[in-house]
Write a protein that binds this ligand. Sequence first.
Ligand code: NI
Length: 135
Amino acid sequence: MIYVTRRVEFSASHYYHNPNLSPEENRSIFGKCNNPHGHGHNYTLEVTVAGEVDPVTGMVMDLKDLKKLLEQEVLQLMDHRFLNKEVPAFASTIPTTENIAVEIWRLLAPKLVFGKLHRIRLYETPDLFVDYYGD
Ligand code: NI
């Protein structure tokens, strides 16, 4: 098994709010992130696909195809968007780094033709990231 990774960047804004909590609880848990006007991040996304090397092509999958898939499935949906208001999945789910990673997995996993999705790594800042392995 070999692992290939593609990295892309996107920018998005969000805020953290749980409608089942009181305004005071929301402010206490989420602090500045609870401001409904939102704030932005420059996210770095790393998508890792696991597979065997095809003896004909010498590749697990064509990484140009992976880039195209990321543009179609993730960047078109999330880049330069207010995640809470413009991405349907985050109308009812708080767009934390964790939940964004899970949503990206959900979008990409069924679309891979070669290899299988191994890991979503999403950086919210250069020194903060989450890893998701699909379970
Ligand atoms: Ni934030």
